[in-house]
Ligand binder design. Structure first.
Ligand SMILES: *Cc1c(COP(=O)(O)O)cnc(C)c1O
Length: 401
């Protein structure tokens, strides 16, 4: 299909819930993508955070091809070799402080949070969930009830009862909100969609302590921060905390759809029929996840994210532009808060062969695959600098008129 035809056909038949960019991406390798005209891009979108091991990672491709030829479907009413290996692997790589000893496998981030919320109510017998302002946890009803952004929520009310939102990084408000009715606190360690905002040590450790003192659980949403993104296998490892349920997804299976809930040994055993999923833990995706996690560890990608992330953060901070308000990040989850709208900046970057993401209206977010070459990361930052210069010029021309 030609570019024009692809774009016209999708535009005609797609649901309409996405604002799309005018390129058809048809091929990827590592941190590079190509569109249907053969134009190459440096990818700092990273499949929205699901391509940590790089696009079409050869180890993952091989595992998928082999497993596809052997067995694709066997639901969890049976045992399976790939699933057994994955469950054991997830327990081994989980943050040590969490004492994870079981996992529930599903198909997306939202679904992982849905399950975690159910498990928290089931374990505690309590109803209420405390979430945070600017938090993002997905778009299904339970996950959406924990998500803050009013424009995602309001058209779909009534949502699930029992949720309240407190300011992120405010322990006093947390102390007022968490009580004997609280089943769990759900939070991200770095608010990704909410503007790339890392939580302070005092807040993350403080709210965890408060929750536990009051008999509530802590659900850590590591869907974006997991699998090496922030410079550790999981972002929880940067803190002295023991989360009870950790939801993961995005990069877990090298780009295939999968989610999981990592369950601490402190959570009481879940009974049959309390939850389930037809596709959850299917052998094909488990094989992809096994290869992905092995690759992350063998190639020490968390350490690479830490090193490259620190380097990139330093470079971004040195950009002298009156349009930059703040630069933040953790590992290779990077945010540049602008004083202007980010969408035109993203468009200009794409024209120059760099793909990046927004995080809210003013924040430019970079989520490159952790395998990105340093030269490509440098080239992407060079382009950000140049694009911001052109926007400065436009602004000063306007001022001079
Ligand atoms: C992407 C994301 C989700 C939702 O994941 P889906 O797979 O799109 O449902 C939830 N929480 C966080 C922190 C995310 O970044």
């Amino acid at each position: 299909m030609h570019t024009q035809q692809i774009i016209e056909t999708e535009s005609k038949y797609t649901s309409g819930v996405y604002s799309k960019r005018p390129a058809a991406i048809v091929r990827g390798q590592g941190a590079r993508l190509w569109d249907s005209d053969g134009k190459p891009y440096i990818d700092c979108v990273g499949g929205q955070g699901s391509a940590n091991v790089g696009h079409s990672n050869p180890a993952v491709v091989q595992a998928i091809a082999e497993q596809a030829a052997r067995l694709m479907v066997a639901t969890e009413v049976f045992y399976n070799d790939q699933r057994a290996m994955l469950e054991e692997k997830l327990v081994r790589v989980a943050p040590p402080q969490a004492n994870v000893n079981r996992v529930f496998l599903c198909n997306s981030g939202a679904e992982a949070n849905e399950g975690a919320i159910k498990f928290a109510r089931y374990h505690t017998g309590r109803k209420e969930i405390v979430a945070t302002m600017r938090g993002f946890h997905g778009r299904t009803f339970g996950a959406l009830s924990a998500t803050w952004e009013p424009k995602y929520r309001e058209p779909f009310e009534p949502l699930v009862p029992g949720f309240k939102h407190i300011p992120y990084d405010n322990l006093d408000k947390a102390a007022q909100a968490i009580d004997k009715n609280t089943a769990a606190v759900i939070l991200e360690i770095v608010q990704g969609e909410g503007g790339v905002r890392p939580g302070s040590k005092a807040f993350i450790e403080g709210i965890t302590k408060l929750a536990h003192e009051r008999g509530a659980l802590v659900i850590l949403d590591e869907i974006q921060t997991g699998f090496g993104r922030t410079g550790k296998m999981f972002a929880a490892e940067h803190y002295d905390i023991a989360p009870d349920l950790i939801s993961v997804a995005k990069s877990i299976a090298g780009g295939l759809p999968m989610g999981a809930i990592l369950i601490s040994e402190r959570i009481r055993k879940l009974e049959p029929q309390t939850h389930g999923s037809t596709f959850g833990g299917n052998p094909l995706v488990c094989a992809a996840a096994n290869a992905t996690i092995d690759y992350l560890r063998e190639h020490q990608l968390p350490a690479r994210a830490a090193e490259l992330g620190e380097y990139a953060l330093g470079r971004l901070k040195r950009i002298e532009s009156p349009l930059i308000r703040d630069v933040r990040g953790s590992g290779l989850l990077l945010g540049v808060e602008l004083k202007i709208k980010v969408t035109p900046v993203l468009q200009a970057l794409m024209e120059r062969g760099v793909l990046a993401l927004p995080a809210g209206p003013n924040v430019l977010r970079l989520l490159p695959p952790l395998v990105i070459e340093k030269e490509d990361l440098d080239a992407a930052i060079d382009e950000i600098e140049r694009v911001l210069q052109t926007f400065e010029n436009v602004q000063s021309d306007k001022a001079a008129e």
